[in-house]
Write a protein that binds this ligand. Structure first.
Ligand code: CA
Length: 373
C-alpha cells in the first residue's frame, strides 16, 4: 500500500521520537488516500468520535488492555481529533457479534481474533492462528512482508472492513483439565472450550469443541457445562481464576502457537478519515501488536509461578503420541480450508508456502539457538 510505504519511509527518515511531529511533517496533502480537497490536511480540526467494541471483557488484562491502549494512544497522537470510546464484550453488542456490528457500521472499530469469524469464511482463522503453524514472529513476517496482509485486506473487504494486526499472545497453553490426558482416548467425548481450527481438530480426535467468549469460560468450567478449556496463557488465565475450576494445566499450546489479535475498521468510516489519521491508526495498531506480545512475554512466567507455587496447579505436558495424533489431524483440517473458495485457496497457499520457507531458516536459527541455550 502506497501510504504504508510512505509512512514507513518517513519513520525511517525522521525517527520515532516525536511521533506527532513526524506525522504532521509527513502528512501528505497530495496523497491519494486524502485526495479530496482539505481532507488530508492536519489543519482539519474535525473531531471523529468513534466507538470501538471488543470481544474481551472490559478491563481484562492483556487482551483487553490492547484496545484501551490503542484508543488512548490515538487520542494523544491525533491531539484529540480521533476520540475513540472502548466498550467491552456485552456492553453494546455480544462478544461474538463484534464483526457484524462493525461491518454494518453500528460501531466504527472492533478488536478481536479472526478465528471467531470462521462461519463467514473458514480462511479468516488463518489470520489468527493455525494449529502447528506459525509463531508470533513468523505471523508478523508473513503479514507485513510475506503477502499475508494484502490477502487479509482482500478477504475483509468483502465484509466492508479494513483489518490490522493488533496484538499477539505468543504461544498459548494447551489448557485446563480436570483429568489427566494420557492418551488420545482421554479426549473422547471431552467437552472443551476451544475456538478456531483447533476446535475442529479436537472434534476429529473425538472431543466436543465449544466456542465461548472469554467472559463465559469460568462459569462454564466451574458448573461442569464444559469439562476443559483453553484460554490464553498464565497471565490471562490467572486473571480469570481458571485454576479454581480445574487442576491440571497442560502445555504446549499446539492449537494456538502465536495467535494474532486484530483490529478492524468499518470501510466507510476508514474512507472518511483524513490521511494523517489513517496513518496514525496504521502506526498505533502496529505498536499495539508489539506491545501485547511484550507484555505477555514479561508477565507469563511470574503468573505461572503464582499458579504453581501459591495455588497448587499441576503442570503437565501433553504426551508425544497425543501431540502426534493432533498434528496429523490438523494437517487434514487446515487443508480443507482451501476448498471453501478461490480466495481461501490463495490464503492457504500463501500461508503454507511462507511457513515452509520460514521453517527452513528458523530450524537453523531460532530453533537451533533455543535448543542450545
Ligand atoms: Ca486461546
Amino acid at each position: 500500500m502506497g501510504l504504508q510505504k510512505y509512512t514507513s519511509q518517513c519513520i525511517a527518515a525522521c525517527g520515532v521520537a516525536v511521533l506527532t511531529l513526524l506525522l504532521s511533517a509527513c502528512a501528505p496533502a497530495t496523497d491519494s488516500a486524502g485526495a479530496v480537497a482539505n481532507e488530508g490536511s492536519v489543519s482539519d480540526a474535525k473531531v471523529y468520535r468513534w466507538t470501538l467494541i471488543t470481544t474481551w471483557p472490559k478491563n481484562l488484562p492483556g487482551l483487553g488492555a490492547a484496545p484501551e491502549r490503542l484508543a488512548e494512544r490515538l487520542r494523544i497522537m491525533s491531539n484529540g481529533r480521533l476520540d475513540i470510546k472502548v466498550y467491552g464484550a456485552g456492553e453494546l453488542v455480544g462478544a461474538l457479534e463484534v464483526f457484524d456490528a462493525v461491518s454494518q457500521g453500528t460501531a466504527q472499530m472492533g478488536h478481536g481474533a479472526a478465528y471467531y469469524w470462521r462461519g463467514k469464511n473458514p480462511a479468516t482463522a488463518m489470520f489468527a492462528t493455525v494449529p502447528f503453524g506459525m509463531n508470533a514472529q513468523e505471523m508478523n513476517g508473513w503479514l507485513r512482508y510475506g503477502g499475508g496482509m494484502a490477502l487479509w485486506q482482500e478477504l475483509y473487504a468483502k465484509f466492508n472492513l479494513v483489518p490490522f494486526a493488533a496484538g499477539n499472545s505468543g504461544v498459548q497453553m494447551a489448557g485446563w483439565f480436570n483429568k489427566e490426558i494420557n492418551s488420545i482416548e482421554d479426549l473422547q467425548g471431552l467437552k472443551m472450550r476451544i475456538p478456531g481450527i483447533g476446535g475442529e481438530v479436537l472434534s476429529r480426535a473425538g472431543g466436543v469443541p465449544v466456542v465461548l467468549p472469554g467472559g463465559e469460560i469460568f462459569t462454564a468450567l466451574q458448573t461442569g457445562a464444559i469439562d476443559a478449556t483453553e484460554w490464553v496463557g498464565p497471565y490471562n488465565d490467572l486473571a480469570f481464576s481458571l485454576h479454581t475450576a480445574a487442576k491440571y494445566y497442560y502445555y504446549p499450546g499446539w492449537h494456538e502457537p502465536g495467535p494474532t489479535l486484530e483490529a478492524f475498521v468499518n470501510k466507510d468510516a476508514w474512507d472518511a478519515l483524513p490521511a494523517d489519521l489513517q496513518a496514525m491508526i496504521q502506526v498505533a495498531t502496529q505498536a499495539i501488536n508489539e506491545d501485547m506480545l511484550s507484555e505477555f512475554t514479561a508477565r507469563n512466567n511470574a503468573a505461572l509461578d503464582t499458579l504453581i507455587n501459591e495455588h497448587g496447579v499441576e503442570l503437565r505436558r501433553l504426551p508425544d503420541d497425543v501431540i502426534a495424533a493432533l498434528r496429523d489431524s490438523s494437517r487434514e483440517v487446515v487443508a480443507e480450508i482451501a476448498e471453501a473458495d478461490p480466495l481461501a485457496q490463495r490464503i492457504y497457499d500463501s500461508y503454507m508456502s511462507y511457513l515452509a520457507d520460514v521453517r527452513r531458516y528458523h530450524e537453523i536459527s531460532e530453533q537451533a539457538y533455543l535448543n542450545v541455550r
